[in-house]
Design a binder for this molecule. Sequence first.
Ligand SMILES: *Cc1c(COP(=O)(O)O)cnc(C)c1O
Ligand code: SF4
Length: 355
Amino acid sequence: MINDLSQQKKPILQNSPTPSWQTQLANAISSIDELLEILNLSDILDKRLIYQPNRFKLRVPRAFIAKMQIGDINDPLLRQILPNSLEQARVSGFTYDPLSENLQNPDKGILHKYRSRILLTITGACAIHCRYCFRQHFDYASNLPTQADLDKIIKYVLQYPDVNEVIFSGGDPLSLSNRRLFFWFDKLRELPQIDTIRLHTRLPIVLPDRLDDELLAYFSQAKTQNKKKCQFVMVTHCNHANEIDDITAQKLQQLKNTGVTLLNQAVLLAGINDNLTDQVNLCRRLWQANVLPYYLHLLDKVAGAAHFDLPEKTAIDLYWQMLECLPGYLMPKLVQELPDKPFKTPVNIYKYLPT
Ligand SMILES: *Cc1c(COP(=O)(O)O)cnc(C)c1O
Ligand code: SF4
């Protein structure tokens, strides 16, 4: 079935001016000079602020660059991905594994911190490198399960009857081929105890063509053909309204039409979305694209990201202001992840009351 579909698509792709998502992924920009040239920023920039990291290097797909403002060094999308020399600062409290995830692996690729759901990391690859990413120092290479490990994972799940949801997270699961994804989905959604398969992914935002016909068809069919009811949930990661242009919104609409539940998580980031206008615009833009705001995370204190951090009071003040402007169904939950807690911890907004 799957092979037939991709063969049918080939002639269409050859006539089309848009490269396949795989080609777009492979052609992601990794040269800072090239990025600055595209954005017409080669000259005006204070280059002392930029540096060439020797790990977790620049990586950004052209489709995401296309949403940035030409000539604006403070563009909120650019700031999320341009390596900044401030990353080299070692700031106390900002560590290499802020969530102690390295200690919580029962088996290769499995994170089981929350009772009813396990998180699987089946790839370390992302289409984009977000400079604030809490997994940027994570040792994926020694921790990725292969398809041969699936039996072990299934055995693990069967030991925990409370687990009813499998979450594929990052790296970015949608950077894998459909063939590999469907292999994991098919096996896991067959388990009687599993009623939800969730993906945490930034690809629909940074490379919307990843939501290709084959993937959309899979979700549609999963909805109608599934003997056992199993819901698919996709949690996108979008931090700013500008990340959703019309093409992205159209793709998300198509995805929504397949019956997938669409949610978004964002990170509160200094200089990127730390004001009322940006937060309200983000939530409203998500709504227009059929995505509901789910979480607004306080920054995880990962080494190299201290310059994105905000005082807790700033976050709470902003949240009270958002409550005044947005309907309840567009309010994300303000949360932070604490290493020893079996849930995302709600931020105590009553610590600072609105003025
Ligand atoms: C964030 C996370 C989840 C999902 O949490 P929800 O509150 O269900 O969105 C599950 N497991 C781990 C380890 C997580 O970090
Ligand atoms: S897409 Fe997610 S996992 Fe990948 S670098 Fe960005 S924040 Fe990290």
